[in-house]
Design a protein around this ligand. Structure first.
Ligand SMILES: Cc1ncc(COP(=O)(O)O)c(C=O)c1O
Length: 380
């Protein structure tokens, strides 16, 4: 079946008991067992529940994995993936990784004996050079938040092959509609479902999708033992959001491309970073490994003062930390989402105080352009 059909029907079957076309929310912590050793498949909601199972089936199908597990946030899922490692193991991460991943690795996971190297994963020679005998994982975010750096998933996976290296890809920015890392050779996909998969900015959630059954077994053990599995109501919301993922992503993409082109021609904008523009350094790679470019755009206005003028004056684009919702959101990564990255490293990876991140929503594009224009006009 096609992507949209799967998104609407896999894991989204009518309720067996009542025929309800939308499965009910199983808002219960525990399940009555008929007799010792005989249950209906559920016993306690930390371990599993029908809404979680349903959403996990949908995600497994859409990403083309063998299993998926959902967590209370993207970070909870990512934390579970790092727990596949042991003290002494070394991980190569995209240098411009999301601020929360930088924080959990540098401030928490190093305390447990893991070692991390932050490498420009868009340069395959640098990835190769960073591999050492203790390297067990390559963690790639592509495109990166907010610098939109694109890494070659197939080339990195080929490098890992035969070396006992696990390749993890954060697919948050594109969703499985525009990018399928497992088909390109990666072993694990992670998502902040808070973003495009849910798409309505009404809950947080994370997903881990796996190609290897042995990894799946371990992630399920971590999910049910540590207890960060997603709750019924939130699973219901993400399942509902996923039904419209394809149409939303198409609109994010067409709005994104139109706005990126408009900003690139705007006299107050110094630079636009959007993989769908020919000016993006990895435009050709993005065209090859993605089937769309999405709704995330970063643009440089030159200074913190100029950025503040824009951020404080947009009316439709809300000044907010998150992204991937139907509503447009604008932010300043240096002082907001990526504030936990020290200024020298921010400078190294291209996060300046004049770099604005725009999550283009699915409103009418003319209205969004008019909103951005009137805010940009505030810059002296
Ligand atoms: C690319 C990326 N990965 C992971 C996360 C973490 O997800 P969450 O905020 O749901 O924990 C984020 C959050 O912004 C993100 O942008």
């Amino acid at each position: 079946m096609g992507f949209s059909t799967d998104a609407i029907h896999v894991g989204q079957e009518p309720d067996e008991l009542t025929g309800a076309i939308v499965a009910p929310i199983y808002q219960t912590s525990t399940y009555v067992i008929e007799e010792m050793g005989k249950s209906k498949g559920y016993d306690y909601a930390r371990t599993s529940h029908p809404n979680r199972k349903a959403l996990e089936r949908t995600l497994t199908k859409l990403e083309g994995g063998t299993a998926a597990y959902v967590f209370t946030s993207g970070m909870a899922g990512i934390d579970a993936v790092f727990r596949l490692l042991r003290p002494g193991d070394h991980v190569i991460l995209s240098q411009a990784v999301y601020g929360g991943v930088f924080r959990i690795t540098t401030k928490l996971l190093v305390e447990f004996g893991l070692e991390f190297s932050y490498v420009d994963t868009s340069d395959i020679a640098k990835v190769q050079a960073a591999i050492k005998p203790s390297t067990k994982m390559i963690y790639v975010e592509t495109p990166t938040n907010p610098t939109m750096i694109v890494s070659d998933i197939a080339a990195i996976s080929a490098l890992a092959r035969g070396k006992n290296l696990t390749v993890v890809v954060d697919n948050t920015f594109l969703s499985p509609y525009f990018q399928k890392p497992l088909a390109l050779g990666a072993h694990i996909v992670v998502h902040s479902m808070t973003k495009y998969l849910n798409g309505h900015s009404d809950c947080t959630g994370g997903a881990v999708v796996l190609s290897r059954p042995e990894d799946a077994e371990k992630i399920y053990f971590i999910q049910r033992s540590a207890g960060a599995g997603l709750a019924p109501m939130d699973c219901f919301l993400v399942s509902r959001g996923i039904k419209t993922l394809a149409v939303r992503m198409d609109r994010h993409n067409s709005n994104g491309l139109a706005i990126a082109k408009h900003l690139e021609a705007h006299p107050k904008v110094k630079k636009v970073i959007y993989p769908g523009l020919p000016s993006h350094p990895r435009h050709e790679l993005a065209k090859k490994q993605q089937t769309g470019f999405g709704g995330m755009i970063s643009f440089e206005v030159g200074s913190l003062d100029a950025a503040k003028q824009v951020l404080n004056h947009t009316k439709l684009c809300s000044l907010a930390e998150s992204l991937g919702g139907v509503e447009s959101m604008i932010s300043l990564p240096a002082l907001m989402t990526h504030a936990s990255i020290p200024p020298d490293i921010q400078a190294q990876i291209g996060i300046t105080q004049g770099l604005i991140r725009l999550s283009v929503g699915i409103e009418d594009v003319e209205d969004l352009i008019a909103d951005l224009d009137q805010a940009l006009a505030r810059i002296e």
